[in-house]
Design a protein around this ligand. Structure first.
Ligand SMILES: Cc1cc2nc3c(=O)[nH]c(=O)nc-3n(C[C@H](O)[C@H](O)[C@H](O)COP(=O)(O)OP(=O)(O)OC[C@H]3O[C@@H](n4cnc5c(N)ncnc54)[C@H](O)[C@@H]3O)c2cc1C
Length: 332
């Protein structure tokens, strides 16, 4: 029987996860990522419950544990840096608001990518520009690579998915803004945190930092409440201007953190939005992860449900072909 041939758009979490599974099942997989390289940046991802099991089945749990970040808890500070309240990671059995196992989003992405890189063709700096479902095949055009035909297409291209737009129309129909924006950037840890997070609130806005990479750096974060977005999500300069304008005049260590925004090696900004779709596939094109069902960063479960959805999708696709070479019990 011919090998299942699949392109996957997006190389963060919901892309590499099915790529790994489908490659294990003998499929011919190409991951196409808009960015010229694997994207770093972004916050720490909590690994809870079923997510840990998905990682174990993917064979990356040992590496993830080795690369996890220390995290003992979170303190809320006042403008003078005095603690007003705290939560410890060991409260609520390690599955509370502060999770026991956390890994940088970019690290998790790299671990998943490394696990599949020998078996999957990766094309960075390219994107799918059109798909035509011809019944038994999908004809796909790319921005750079020549057009090809595939059995199925997977759209793991995130909150602002272009593939979703081609299937279900403009994102304004499906993106539900929850009234909050978030930003993360890597910064110096100028206050000497030890496996800890601190946050300072003013009405409608929060700024803070968390130690990362063995307490050698900090991940700064800022969130604020505001109405519907009116910027281009691809325009990172505009996003940084928005962050600075909304954080302007904040107390505590805000000025020190914001002064590093322009020179940070990575930064992330987006709305906290949910994606609500009537279904997660159309014909031979399926959408796992944020593209189909973003629960928003406020949920703390984006990476978990992306991984689990990718696992289910890959299992269902693998079930359409004979896959004798692999341990199908992994997908039982
Ligand atoms: C750089 C970055 C930082 C992030 N930081 C945070 C954070 O701090 N907090 C948080 O809650 N969530 C963050 N997220 C979102 C988080 O990763 C997701 O909620 C979750 O992990 C689900 O992942 P996903 O793979 O479905 O989507 P995403 O992580 O959004 O990945 C989508 C991928 O598709 C790529 N892509 C987009 N359009 C195209 C296209 N047309 N063709 C090919 N590739 C395309 C993107 O470059 C990206 O690599 C971040 C995402 C990125 C990309």
């Amino acid at each position: 029987m011919a090998r299942l041939k699949v392109p996957i758009s997006g190389a963060t979490i919901a892309g590499p996860a099915p790529a790994l599974w489908l490659a294990k099942y003998g499929a011919d997989v190409t991951v196409v990522e808009r960015w010229p390289e694997l994207r770093t940046g972004g916050q720490l991802v909590d690994l809870r419950g079923v997510s840990r099991e998905a990682l174990r089945r993917m064979g990356v749990d040992t590496q993830v544990r080795a690369e996890r970040e220390g995290n003992f808890g979170l303190s809320f500070l006042d403008g003078q840096g005095r603690t007003k309240g705290a939560l410890r990671a060991d409260q609520f059995g390690g599955d509370g608001p502060v999770a026991e196992i956390e890994i940088l989003r970019g690290t998790l992405s790299r671990v998943l990518h490394d696990q599949s890189r020998d078996r999957v063709d990766h094309r960075f700096g390219d994107r799918i520009t059109s798909t035509r479902d011809a019944g038994t095949r999908v004809n796909v055009e790319f921005a750079s690579a020549p057009a090809e035909s595939f059995d199925v297409v997977v759209g793991a291209d995130g909150l602002h998915s272009e593939l979703r737009e081609t299937l279900f129309g403009p994102e304004s129909n499906h993106l539900h803004h929850l009234g909050t924006y978030i930003s993360f950037w890597t910064a110096r840890d100028h206050i000497g945190l030890q496996d800890w997070t601190v946050a300072y609130n003013e009405p409608g806005r929060t700024i803070g930092m968390r130690s990362i990479l063995g307490n050698t750096k900090a991940m700064a974060f800022f969130s604020f409440r505001a109405g519907q977005p009116s910027y281009d999500w691809r325009d990172t300069d505009a996003q940084m201007r928005i962050v600075k304008a909304h954080a302007s005049g904040m107390g505590w260590e805000a000025a020190a953190l914001l002064s590093q925004l322009d020179t940070a090696p990575d930064s992330y900004f987006d709305t906290c939005s949910q994606v609500r779709l009537p279904k997660w596939s159309a014909g031979r094109i399926g959408l796992p992860g944020d593209a189909a069902y973003s629960a928003s960063p406020l949920s703390g479960h984006g990476a978990t449900i992306a991984k689990v959805g990718a696992y289910v999708l890959a299992g269902e696709l693998a079930g359409t072909r004979s896959t004798p070479a692999v341990d199908r019990d992994l997908h039982a």
